[in-house]
Design a protein around this ligand. Structure first.
Ligand SMILES: Cc1cc2nc3c(=O)[nH]c(=O)nc-3n(C[C@H](O)[C@H](O)[C@H](O)COP(=O)(O)OP(=O)(O)OC[C@H]3O[C@@H](n4cnc5c(N)ncnc54)[C@H](O)[C@@H]3O)c2cc1C
Ligand SMILES: O=C([O-])CC(=O)C(=O)O
Length: 322
């Protein structure tokens, strides 16, 4: 979508092995709370988050909000021990960030410090379908196809944009990319309206428009997509200890996804070259645990890189004519 917005004369085709509801993005809780990428300057991460927040906030205030699955949700991040960094870099992007009062903390007897704020949540499958609908409306073609090698695309396309998430491990052999397996439960408990996140990052309760996501797990280098029943029980027990009323939750579904993790998002132009033939590629993968939180900011940057590739192609074709 960002490419169509910045280069409306481009013809865009999407090739994907899987579409919604069978992607990692469908499993995500979709909360806008950034995760830090150690290899990226904080001011860049903040800009990505701000752009994403502003974009989704406008949708949440429009008549599209319900179809797009975007809503504002208030709640608490609670800590057993006061964190070193009381003000995270994103505190002035979310709304109404403040330390929790003593009265609020009484709800969490095992925690001694907390942050209250409102942020946005995407209900991921509806949001992905809403994006697909907008893509189709701009004339973008979408085909189910697994790409085994980027070179197989060179005769059909001028520029390739690689947004394959954890698939980039195999597709471009990126050894810096690894999975962090996450298992979550999606439950029906419409009386729970506020989010709760344990600051240790393991346990969270994120109410969406229709269902609540209960998390979670973080298992480095585990490639298994099979749900583990013991883990589901553990997640449920941990969430009930933060919000005991969840004991009455109904219709529990289990989902597993592999976070495409890296020191930093790979947001980069590369020109592949084989026997004198060149193929410009823009990479945009490796969003780890925070892809929803920064997706619009990173997509805008990737679209700028596509613009640079177009300028370079135009430059080399006008030189060839001279
Ligand atoms: C349990 C869990 C909870 C999460 N919660 C949050 C959250 O609350 N907030 C947040 O910001 N982030 C969250 N995330 C992180 C977020 O899900 C990811 O960062 C994000 O989904 C990555 O998106 P992506 O488009 O790069 O990858 P994907 O969604 O995996 O999309 C990649 C696409 O590329 C296709 N593909 C891959 N390889 C090939 C190939 N060779 N040829 C053709 N197509 C290919 C795939 O089929 C897929 O369609 C969570 C993740 C998990 C697992
Ligand atoms: O940590 C969170 O709050 C949710 C999340 O992004 C994840 O599980 O990856």
């Amino acid at each position: 979508l960002c490419i169509m917005e910045t280069c409306p004369s481009c013809s865009v085709t999407i090739l994907s092995e899987q579409f919604s509801p069978n992607t990692t993005s469908d499993v995500a809780a979709g909360m806008l709370i950034p995760h830090t990428y150690p290899g990226t300057p904080i001011h860049v991460q903040k800009q990505w988050f701000k752009e994403t927040f502003t974009y989704l906030f406008a949708i949440s205030n429009s008549a599209e909000a319900s179809e797009a699955g975007i809503h504002l949700v208030s709640g608490w991040q609670v800590f057993k021990n006061t964190p070193k960094e009381e003000l995270p870099f994103w505190s002035d992007v979310v709304l109404g960030f403040r330390p929790m009062s003593k009265a609020e903390l009484q709800k969490f007897p095992q925690h001694q410090f907390g942050q209250a704020f409102a942020t946005l949540k995407c209900d991921c499958p509806p949001y992905l379908l809403w994006l697909e609908k907008r893509l189709k409306a701009t004339g973008v073609q979408m085909y189910t196809r697994k790409v085994a090698d980027l070179w197989e695309l060179h005769s059909e396309y001028d520029i390739v944009v690689n947004c394959t998430g954890i698939g980039a491990h195999q597709l471009v052999g990126d050894k810096k990319l690894f999975p962090i397996r996450g298992q979550v439960l999606k439950v029906h408990a419409p009386w729970v309206k506020n989010f709760i996140r344990d600051g240790d990052g393991l346990t969270y309760i994120y109410p969406g428009i229709h269902r609540i996501t209960l998390g979670g797990t973080r298992e480095k280098e585990n490639w298994s997509l099979s749900p583990d029943p013991g883990t589901s029980k553990d997640i449920f027990d941990r969430c009930c200890s933060l919000e005991p009323s969840l004991g009455g939750a109904q219709d529990i579904q289990v989902k597993v996804g592999l976070r495409p993790s890296r020191q930093c998002v790979r947001l980069q132009r590369e020109v592949l070259s084989q026997g004198g033939v060149k193929l410009p590629v823009v990479h945009n993968y490796g969003h780890g645990a925070g892809g929803f939180s920064v997706h619009r900011g990173t997509a805008k940057e990737a679209a700028c890189l596509v613009g640079e590739c177009i300028a370079a192609l135009q430059d080399s074709s006008s030189r060839a004519k001279l």
